[in-house]
Design a protein around this ligand. Structure first.
Ligand code: C2E
Ligand code: MG
Ligand code: MG
Ligand code: MG
Length: 272
């Protein structure tokens, strides 16, 4: 953690001065090798401090209330970009956006999302909201109400960092979710850790039984990809395919991600 301090005004002028950028990270199908999803991750190129990490500034954006303006910007920018990629025929993936718990307290998230989809022309089922378990801690009935309204339009809802927080099963039961993103802390020791491997296998199984898409986060090695594919995890995201990239680099590398994944799938089929 850095000791940098930012005020509300710093964030608002960063939006105005176009200091925020989005980095895109592919989510790859482990059956076809295709990019089926893309997570948009916020980057801040500060005029004097250089690149500041979201882990450092998002908490301050939340504390100062600037987060709702930031979320609005991220939604617009990422939906616009995804629509453009669809129109150019580059990919047909879902764009995934991280939503803060604070975004629910303003009671305008539904309207912001509807405006964004209308303005950008992106179809609702090509947008996914990533909610962390903490999101739900505050006013659960309000979060459920808002998410149900949003998900009725076709927008997808993912639980992010699944397994890291508390009470995940209750949220899995009560929220209108389409996707579970399995926290990266489970990935580093499979297939060697019996505990991690067993937990991952069983969560994948549970997601299948509940008709939920499962995305493994923080996948760094082919060994983990192999384990996940053998246990029918449908999608993986992580450095093994790509780090998050600014849009130009993402575009330039998209076929590279897919061929890398297809090669891994071939090698896997040779093994079994
Ligand atoms: P997250 O939503 O869980 O995003 C995944 C984080 O894991 C990203 O860090 C990504 O760069 C990193 N990652 C991806 N693959 C790997 C891997 O294979 N290994 C490892 N070690 N890490 C990997 P990043 O971009 O620094 O973002 C950190 C967190 O900041 C995000 O965690 C999210 O909670 C928050 N964040 C980022 N962008 C936004 C945003 O636009 N809005 C909000 N509210 N939060 C955001
Ligand atoms: Mg996320
Ligand atoms: Mg998150
Ligand atoms: Mg995550």
């Amino acid at each position: 953690m850095s000791d940098q301090v930012f005020e509300r005004q710093d964030f608002l002028s960063a939006i105005k001065n176009e200091e925020f950028k989005l980095a895109y990270q592919p989510q790859i199908s482990l059956t076809t090798g295709e990019v089926v999803g893309i997570e948009a991750l916020l980057r801040w190129e500060h005029p004097t401090k250089g690149w500041v990490s979201p882990a450092d500034f998002i908490p301050m954006a939340e504390k100062t209330g600037a987060i709702t303006d930031i979320t609005k910007w991220v939604l617009k920018e990422s939906c616009k970009q995804n629509k453009q990629w669809h129109d150019e025929g580059l990919q047909k993936a879902v764009i995934s956006v991280n939503i803060s718990p604070l975004d629910f307290e303003q009671n305008e998230l539904y309207e912001v999302i509807m405006d964004t989809l209308e303005e950008t022309g992106l179809a609702a089922h090509y947008l996914e909201l990533e909610i962390t378990e903490n999101a739900v801690m505050s006013d659960i009935s309000n979060v459920i109400y808002t998410l149900k309204k949003i998900s009725k339009t076709g927008v997808r809802v993912a639980i992010d960092d699944f397994g890291k927080g508390n009470s995940t099963l209750v949220y899995m039961r009560d929220l209108p979710i389409t996707t579970v993103k399995l926290d990266r802390s489970f990935m580093s020791d499979i297939p060697y850790s019996h505990k991690d491997s067993t937990i991952v296998k069983n969560i994948i199984q549970m997601c299948h039984n509940l008709d939920l898409q499962i995305i493994a986060e923080g996948v760094e090695t082919e060994e983990v990809v192999t384990f996940l594919a053998l246990h029918h995890c449908s999608v993986a995201q992580g450095f093994v395919f790509s780090k998050p990239m600014l849009s130009n680099d993402f575009e330039a590398n998209i076929t590279h991600y897919e061929s890398k994944a297809i090669e891994m799938i071939y090698r896997l089929e040779e093994k079994v």
